[in-house]
Design a binder for this molecule. Structure first.
Ligand code: MLC
Ligand code: AMP
Length: 490
């Protein structure tokens, strides 16, 4: 199934139905599905008139706003491949994605045009929107199929170099239908969307469930802990998808307000990082809802979920979604016994088509249709899955992934630093925070390091502490034994 087929039920069959609440130029605006259909037809016609054709890439460096939805729908209609870029990225991180994805243009705000690499066409999003609004809406939709690429989403997998996972129409469509079925999402739901649309949690899980079900969505620019309770009270959503940090922040909501919010809600879902059991229990005590935890990743979209109707067990991610298979395997490829830890392999219509222009990485990760997740875990006799961490050293902070090697390489460029290792240390709010251990000739100047790294790294990747050590513990083969580094407070 293509996304055009999937969206038929909202964009075409429910044209008059209220679809979206979003701020435009500081004022709250409402749109029906029919209005969104027309807006995206105009945007599609504009993209075509600027020379974009099926298979071309268009990069978006944008916060959550109406234009992202218009552009997503327009690109789907034209077969243009969307390349979302994390808005927290700096010029260096953006340059890597632009060089790799080779987009026809990057759409961004006027304030960020200067951060784009030379040579790429840079489109000001406000001017683009203005152009689209008085553009004709005559578009002949492409002949999209399930294997037509819809997006390249950059993720580092197990290595430092970020790669574009090729997510197809069929991946997004199949996953949306799996989630509608598993979580009983219908056109009657109201979804409060506070996740960034540049990652698969917000774009795949959120936007696709909205368009597939024809439910109502309120899109906010970003999760703000000071405003989120008021949004809940005013909008009265039934659905909320968030990362654990968001649930941790929601625990700050006063008791009476939390109970009122809980009364109109149907389902809170958490994913992208482990949800601490304590957060689950505290949240249930205050909001009267047991958060449903699920597991996913960029390359597979959502793949495993606790049951909607049934026990949502703390610390576990549940069972494979309908039509997705998960096997937990030993290093030799054989399947583990219950309670034995191995690597999760995933197969199903949700698994991406591979990595953009990286056939070797694709072959290494997708074997006979099975995707190697790099995540470790076990299952019990009933098949319920518990995750035990990752094979790689990736750190997850606030739901954003951090690759130690990228930071270590930058640290090694700083004067006097001979060796560096970055590890994640536990943090109640963000799950993990990056801390740097350095072997250096002189005492470390944390302020200077911070200033040097901030220019090159998204804020969430900048180490929270720099610790000087005499040596890094290494194996006989020279690999750093991160677990042997002294605790930051020692
Ligand atoms: C975070 N920041 C943002 C931002 N999110 N800035 C602008 N827009 C956003 N959307 C920056 C802040 O400026 C600040 O920078 C720092 O992050 C922390 O901000 P905070 O206000 O203190 O927020 P906090 O309460 O900690 O909450 C952060 C958060 C954010 C939860 C809102 O981390 C977030 O949006 N996480 C979602 C990540 C996500 O979508 N992951 C899904 C990946 S897909 P500074 O400079 O002050 O530090 C995936 C697959 C799957 O993993 O299974 O889903
Ligand atoms: P990303 O590469 O940004 O798509 O992040 C995907 C990774 O997030 C997965 O490989 C897991 O390691 C992690 N993840 C997602 N959901 C969960 C969860 N519920 N519990 C623990 N880890 C998770």
């Amino acid at each position: 199934m293509s996304l055009l087929d999937l969206y038929q039920r909202s964009l075409r069959d429910h044209r008059g139905k209220p679809a979206l609440e979003v701020d435009v130029a500081g004022a709250s605006r409402l749109f029906t599905f029919g209005e969104l259909d027309v807006r995206s037809d105009r945007m599609a016609a504009l993209l075509r008139s600027r020379g974009l054709a099926a298979g071309d890439r268009l990069a978006l460096l944008l916060p959550n706003r109406l234009a992202v939805l218009d552009l997503w729908l327009a690109c789907v209609k034209c077969g243009v491949i969307v390349v979302p870029i994390n808005i927290l990225y700096t010029a260096r991180e953006i340059a890597h994605i632009v060089a790799d994805a080779d987009p026809r243009a990057v759409v961004t705000g006027a304030d960020r045009l200067a951060e784009l690499p030379d040579g790429v066409a840079a489109w000001d999003v406000d001017l683009l929107e203005a152009d689209a609004s008085d553009h004709g809406d005559e578009v002949s939709a492409i002949d999209a199929r399930a294997d037509t690429p819809a997006a390249l989403i950059y993720t580092s997998g197990t290595t430092g170099a970020s790669k574009g996972a090729i997510l197809t129409h069929g991946n997004f469509a199949a996953n949306a239908l799996q989630l509608l079925e598993a979580w009983e999402i219908t056109g009657a739901d109201r979804y409060l969307a506070a996740l960034p649309l540049f990652h698969v949690h917000g774009l795949g899980n959120g936007v696709q469930c909205w368009l597939a079900s024809g439910c109502h969505m309120k899109l906010v620019e970003r999760f703000e802990r000071e405003r989120v309770a008021d949004w809940f009270e005013q909008y009265q959503p039934t659905l909320f998808f968030g990362v654990p940090t968001m649930y941790h922040r929601l625990l700050e909501v006063p008791d009476a307000q939390a109970r009122r919010i809980g009364a109109s809600m149907r389902l809170f879902v958490s994913g992208s990082a482990p949800l601490p059991a304590q957060t689950l229990e505290d949240f249930e005590a205050r909001f009267g809802h047991r958060i449903l935890e699920r597991y996913g990743m960029t390359e597979t979209l959502m793949n495993v979920s606790n049951p909607l109707n049934g026990e949502r067990r703390a610390g576990t991610v549940g069972f494979p979604l309908p039509r997705t298979a998960v096997e937990i395997r030993r290093e030799d490829g054989t399947r583990v016994s219950p309670e034995e830890t191995g690597e999760l392999w995933v197969r199903g219509p949700n698994v991406c088509a591979g990595y953009w222009r990286r056939p070797e990485a694709t072959v290494a990760s997708i074997v006979h249709g099975w995707f190697r997740t790099g995540d470790l875990g076990c299952h019990d006799v009933e098949g319920r899955i518990t995750l035990h961490g990752r094979r790689s050293e990736v750190i997850i902070s606030g739901g954003f992934n951090i690759y130690p090697r990228e930071i270590e390489e930058l640290l090694l460029q700083q004067p006097g630093i001979r060796e560096a290792a970055v590890v994640g240390v536990p943090d109640r709010a963000r799950g993990e925070l990056p801390v740097a251990y350095c072997v250096s000739e002189a005492a470390l100047d944390a302020a200077a390091l911070e200033a040097a790294l901030r220019g090159d790294l998204a804020s969430f990747k900048v180490p929270r502490r720099y610790i000087r050590v005499d040596t890094l513990p290494r194996t006989a083969l020279g690999k750093v034994q991160r677990h042997l580094l002294p605790a930051p407070d020692a």
